[in-house]
Design a protein around this ligand. Structure first.
Ligand code: ADP
Ligand code: MG
Length: 239
């Protein structure tokens, strides 16, 4: 156990615009942390900084005591799943997963294929191995993206609105997959507006407002106990 990610006094600006200010946060191994907040509150910026995709303007992000300054410094320990899947359209589903295994982990063809098949089986789409992403539903595409993220065995997977472009039914199947991972103890950080899906398995919910963490706590605390006007206002809008 222990802290996997520790964020100290993080600030981030784009030109003159301050997006994140003096933000402190930590994630321990085994936690499933949901980040909620209005559009423009800085959720994507925060997770992109954590993944090393954006340079920080101030403060630090530590991953096991090592500062995250770019994607290389995350050393494969952080996996990302995006809203728009980011699959390679000209590669089959299978190759989308075997390629990083071969290029990054230098795995042999046979091992990479076996691992890709096991992962696709885990997300219940082994039959799509030879298909191209464009022949899949959005929910299936997102499950390929999750399998690809899992392939590199990251210590934490960060999801940025993984179901925002999906119909409710397909969003549900993706959340079932994420819920299965939660049961296995996979550490995850999930940005989402789908609070009813996330409250079933998040261990902690963080409410971001205008670049600051305004309130955080267990789902029961966030939904039933805390008296916080901005949070209540936000929850009313998304429900
Ligand atoms: P959220 O994910 O919560 O909707 P974002 O992190 O995407 O919020 O954006 C927070 C603020 O930062 C917004 O005002 C947005 O316009 C701004 N922003 C995000 N990325 C950039 C960028 N690359 N350049 C300039 N401004 C940006
Ligand atoms: Mg966003």
């Amino acid at each position: 156990m222990g802290e996997l990610i520790k964020i100290n006094n993080l600030s981030k600006s784009f030109d003159e615009i301050k997006v994140l200010e003096s933000l402190n946060m930590q994630v321990e191994s085994g936690e499933v942390v949901a980040i909620i907040g209005a559009s423009g509150s800085g959720k994507s910026t925060l997770v992109r900084c954590i993944a090393g995709l954006e340079p920080v303007s101030g403060g630090e992000i530590l991953l096991h005591d090592t500062a995250v300054v770019n994607t290389a410094s995350t050393n494969g320990k952080i996996g990302m799943v995006f809203q728009n899947f980011n699959l390679f359209p000209h590669y089959t589903v299978g190759k989308n997963i075997t390629m990083p295994l071969k290029t990054i982990l230098k795995m042999s063809d046979d091992l990479a294929i076996a691992k890709a098949k096991a992962l696709l089986d885990k997300v219940h789409i082994l039959d799509k191995f030879d298909q191209y992403p464009n022949n899949l539903s959005g929910g299936q595409k997102q499950r390929v993206a999750i399998a690809r993220a899992l392939a590199l065995e990251p210590e934490i997977i960060i999801f940025d609105e993984p179901t925002s472009s999906l119909d409710p039914e397909l969003a549900h199947e993706v959340f079932e997959t994420i819920s299965d991972l939660a049961k296995e103890g996979q550490t995850m950080l999930i940005v989402t507006h789908q609070i009813n899906a996330i409250r079933r398995f998040a261990t902690r919910i963080v409410f971001l407002n205008q670049g600051k963490i305004e309130v955080e706590g267990a789902p029961d605390y966030i939904f039933n106990q805390v008296d916080h006007p901005n949070l209540h206002q936000f929850l009313k809008q998304v429900d």
